[in-house]
Design a protein around this ligand. Structure first.
Ligand code: GLP
Length: 228
């Protein structure tokens, strides 16, 4: 994919990713037209998650976010930018289907991740085991508050459930890039860099991955080196 590998690209949503996608769009715009066309033809990405109960047309859905930030500016073919189907009749069946579709595509090459304030990656809320798989789950109050901005600031308007890839699919990616920005993430980043892996901090399972990189700004790193 973007990094030249044949495997799908793993994509995340959230405010952290917006400048990342804006940078991708700028980089692609600087390519020659034929190179842009090759990229469109070869594109295959799987997003981490989607809210249950939202249609792709709902502006709060991750489908809509990906359309705004990547699909439209890069003129990608919609079927090549995949997300779980939020309106599936049975979200548990949809989670199984989505996990299987990723497996059939060979698993992720590069996986982009953001970090939740409670240590979630994708929507793997605490507690999440390292072998958790793609599933439908309840979102925590903290996550619904964190994501209320896309729903008029009202946490109650944030869907109560989501479908997310599990830690098993995330950890099977060949490379992982975790992006952490802003002072609000400083406590969770500190915990992630210091605590042993465990279910209460799902992102901590990344410590066992052989090729993970963390990109953080100064604000997010502010507490990382302070003594305990
Ligand atoms: C969201 C997404 C995650 C994202 C995280 C951080 O709820 N499900 O994939 O990485 O929370 O969000 P933000 O970048 O807005 O802080």
């Amino acid at each position: 994919m973007l990094d030249g590998s044949a495997w799908p690209l793993g994509l995340a949503t959230g405010r952290t990713m917006e400048p990342v996608y804006a940078a991708v769009v700028r980089r692609v715009a600087a390519l020659a037209p034929q190179q842009q066309e090759v990229l469109r033809q070869r594109w295959l990405s799987f997003n981490l998650d989607e809210y249950v109960g939202l249609s792709a047309a709902d502006p709060g859905s991750f489908h809509a976010v990906m359309h705004r930030h990547l699909l439209e500016p890069l003129q990608l073919v919609a079927s090549r930018l995949r997300l779980p189907e939020g309106l599936a009749v049975d979200p548990h069946v949809e989670a199984e289907r989505y996990g299987a579709a990723l497996g059939a595509a060979g698993g992720m090459g590069l996986q982009l991740l953001g970090l939740g304030l409670n240590g979630h990656v994708g929507f793997n809320e605490p507690p999440s085991a390292a072998d958790s798989r793609c599933r439908c789950l309840d979102l925590s109050d903290s996550t619904r508050r964190q994501n209320a901005g896309a729903f008029g600031g009202d946490p109650a308007a944030v869907p109560a459930r989501a479908i997310t890839l599990g830690l098993a699919e995330i950890l099977a990616a060949r490379r992982i890039l975790l992006v952490v920005t802003g002072a609000a993430k400083a406590p969770v980043l500190r915990a992630l860099l210091r605590q042993p892996p465990g279910v209460e901090l799902p992102a901590s399972w990344l410590q066992g991955h052989p090729q993970v990189e963390v990109i953080a700004d100064r604000a997010a790193l502010a507490l990382a080196e302070q003594p305990a």
